[in-house]
Design a protein around this ligand. Sequence first.
Ligand code: MN
Length: 746
Amino acid sequence: MSIDDTTVQEQEELARKQVLDLIAQCPRCHQNEEEVQMIRKAFELANDAHRGMKRKSGELYIFHPVAVARVAAFEIGLGAKSVTAALLHDVVEDTDITLGDLESLFGSKVAAIVDGLTKLEGVFDQSASLQAENFRKLLVSMIEDVRVILVKLADRLHNMRTLSSMPEHKRYKIAAETLYIYAPIAHRLGLFNIKSELEDLSLKYEHPMEYEEIVKKLQDSAVSYQNVIDCVSAPIKERLNMQGYEYTLKARPKSIYSIWRKMQTKNVPFEEIYDIFAMRIIFKPHEGLSEKAQCWNIYSIITDLYQPKPDRLRDWVSMPKANGYEALHTTVMSPGGRWVEVQIRTERMNDIAERGFAAHWKYKEDGKESEIDNWLKSVRDMLETAESDSMEFLDSVKLNLFSQEMMIFTPKGEVKVMPVGATALDFAFEIHSKLGYHCIGAKVNYKLEPLSHELKSGDQVEIITSDRQTPKYEWMNFVTTVKAKTCIKEIFREERHEFIVKGEQVLTDELQKRKLSINARILKKLMRTYHVTTREELYYQIGKGTVKLDNIEKSLTQKSTSKWVKMWRLTFGGNQEDEFEEDDDIDSISVPKSKKIVLSDEAEKQYTIASCCNPIPGDDVVAFLDDDNSIVLHSRRCPECIKLMSSRGDRIVSAQWESHKVLSYLVVIELSGIDRQGLVSEVTKIISMEQKVNMRSVHFESHDGVFSGSIYLYIYDTVDLQTLIDKLMQVKGVYKVVRKERNDNN
Ligand code: MN
């Protein structure tokens, strides 16, 4: 026996020990001998099947399924069947073992969970991204059995924990996908700890420097914050003791990701975030009194001692969040002048908050409809009606299932929960389809607004209808809920269907004249020429006459070496012929992604700058190949880009910018401070004279002695920009200078 074999055996023994430890420690995994044997058998099978395979980190592959099983058991609180499925989750995808084998060895439930976790393979509609298709499959199996998604989250968590051994371009893709899809699912299922860890890890890989900086600042400020907490909590403790409460009082910082998000959305530095540390009071309620009344009693104790911030009271005790979260939050002013957030929870509420009520939720046992059942039902509705286009599918998943909720009131004071972003028309459909079809507008808080008006939480909305109003297909553009979309589509289904049939006929005739018939290749070319993403949409547009087949000849004969391929050759030189088949199926181009694209000034014409985030040289960017095969550069922080990475990660390449200070790029900076005479001219002088930067436009506004302004300027790279910002900060009266990165107002 060689040394290698010995170490392999030792490692396998270690993995086996971890499984035995799991069985011993997890109460839901050793309820009977049968379960214990099932888990052991699953380990032995997975161990045999994965033998010889290693992870990127160099350790034996088997450690991955074992780690996933341990997360499922200890961090999500799942039982024997899920743990078994977790151990087996990669065998069908990566080894010769089939689902049939698993079914005969472990029963249909375990096999079904593994099936749900096995990625799809094969050919798809060209427009559909494989990732989105896989995600759709995951959701479909989740409806059958929510354990599928719970084990998937365990899998994803372990992959994120070990992400450092992956190559860079894969890291971005996985991190973005985690942030876009998996963290919100964990949140929706109430798995707060897992959600926070997923978010923090995503941030760590997407923006390592910013992540480290926040970690360091948190460490630096820990002591001073602990002093504040000690000083605030002492009198609270005294009064809680007086009233005979059993409680624990802890203080902890916000998650790194949520601090980062706040810095981004509010455009403020770390130092200006006032509620970094939160205090949590977890108490055992006195018997005979309602939990709600006691939460408010403690609130009253605290606000007798400290002044609360009026706009920061959050009452999730009277009305729990849809994911089950219950607590009372308030932010109070401490004696030292710092705001401190206080969260009040009973022990029961805390248990739900930490582990999620997924673990409490018994799988179809008592036959009662729980919140999760309701949620799964909405997932099912959505899957039935969702768009065929993958991007839209992801969008509607995000919007309908994971978005934040808002409360909208009817004229009679009834509450409806709607996703953030819903419009007046969505609300009309939410109440009744008839109301939707005849809606002409709405009174929002007694003020007349158009149908497209976006609602805000707390709005009271009265829908105005007219018998003469008829539904319009264009309404699809400003409704967001599945319900409204389904209603609108329903009305137009027949009409659309007629156009689709007609369109297919027109195309068939047109092709017949050229002795051709409809096939996948031709459809692909046409869909690209006419910028539609589905075959159905192509037929519809032809049928309706919006797409005319005048230049069909040209689009059929088009040579299709993409710009992408040309760019690639240009950048890396040499003959990459072997890497690219002269097939126009862009998805089949295998780009050597481990390399980075270098974006030099000379290559400028080959890419465009995304208008949503306007990156400039020096920014962290990724290159995205869009549907027209052109390269679009996004900033890595851009929300749009995170969405693209999660759904079309196959089209992402990491890119590096090399500036030779030849080309300059448009940047917007925003300034504010105390106004004084001559300030504007001093600012503009620094920009144009000292720093020799071209300005496109300058806008300043002054109000009661405070000014704010924005300047559009052309700059070479981030280094020059930082120098300029530093210079401007030295101007007397200027308090803040920031670059505006995004065009939207998030
Ligand atoms: Mn896995």
